[in-house]
Design a protein around this ligand. Structure first.
Ligand code: SAM
Length: 239
């Protein structure tokens, strides 16, 4: 069987009992980064052979993993953080395993976009998750569609592109509600809630570090700007 195991997005306590048991019982752990996964494995005293499986893995790696599965062994697939396959490697292996008649079992757990959405205060009944936005080709066409989008839009952003994106959004979508979730589940977790312009102003004041989830609401706020808020929490994260 191929187990798709969600792992913490920062705080190492955010792992399910079933995920720990699955990792303990698997014959192999296929990991995006075999060194990075050791932090988690050591915390839960899991000793298992690891195999690397990342975005650049070629067909030979896929064949190797399928061969192991066909021999009747169990593989637990993990990514560096969160749910494998969600803006992370996983899909190709899952598809190949299904096609080979191997049972694929998901072990649910954290994902940064759902964690961010759940505490955003933006409408959650319908949303559009876009992973990482295209950097160049197709980006402007995609942003155009945001103008009439009623659903909450969620996407991931890297620390070195965050200011560029916030600037672009403040220009293109002035007054739209925006929530920026930074360093979720970690010591410096922060939720900034306000408009696109306020988000830009807020993060211009500091040199934003860490990992980000950006959420764009469909509402426009033309108020006096007093509605912005930024919450920071101490999660006592171990990461
Ligand atoms: N598979 C992961 C998941 O289920 O969320 C996503 C992996 S993707 C390669 C990494 C991106 O997820 C980061 O660049 C960031 O945008 C977002 N992310 C991951 N952990 C996060 C965290 N603790 N706080 C905020 N964003 C996070």
């Amino acid at each position: 069987m191929l187990y798709i195991v969600a792992t913490p997005i920062g705080n190492l306590e955010d792992i399910t009992l079933r995920a720990i048991r699955t990792l303990k019982e698997a014959d192999y752990i296929a990991a995006e980064d075999t060194r990075h996964v050791q932090i988690l494995l050591q915390k839960y005293e899991i000793q298992k052979p690891t195999i690397s499986f990342h975005a650049w893995s070629d067909d030979r790696k896929l064949i190797q993993l399928l061969q192991i599965l066909k021999e009747g062994k169990n593989i637990a697939l993990v990514s560096d953080a969160g749910t494998p396959g969600i803006s992370d490697p996983g899909y190709v292996l899952v598809k190949a395993a299904i096609e080979a008649g191997i049972q694929v079992i998901p072990i649910p757990g954290p994902s940064a976009f759902l964690t961010a959405l759940s505490a955003s205060g933006l409408p959650t009944h319908q949303f559009l998750y876009l992973g990482f936005l295209p950097m160049k080709k197709g980006r402007q066409t995609m942003l155009e569609t945001f103008k009439d989008e009623e659903r909450t839009i969620i996407f991931y952003e890297s620390p070195h592109r965050i200011m560029k994106t916030l600037t672009e959004f403040a220009q293109k979508f002035p007054g739209r509600t925006m929530v920026v979730a930074r360093e979720l589940t970690k010591i410096y977790e922060e939720f900034f809630r306000g408009t696109t312009g306020q988000a830009l102003e807020h993060f211009q004041k500091k040199n934003p570090k860490g990992e980000f989830v950006i959420m764009l609401g469909s509402e426009s706020r033309k108020g006096n700007g007093n509605s912005e808020s930024s919450d920071t929490n101490d999660n006592g994260s171990t990461d």
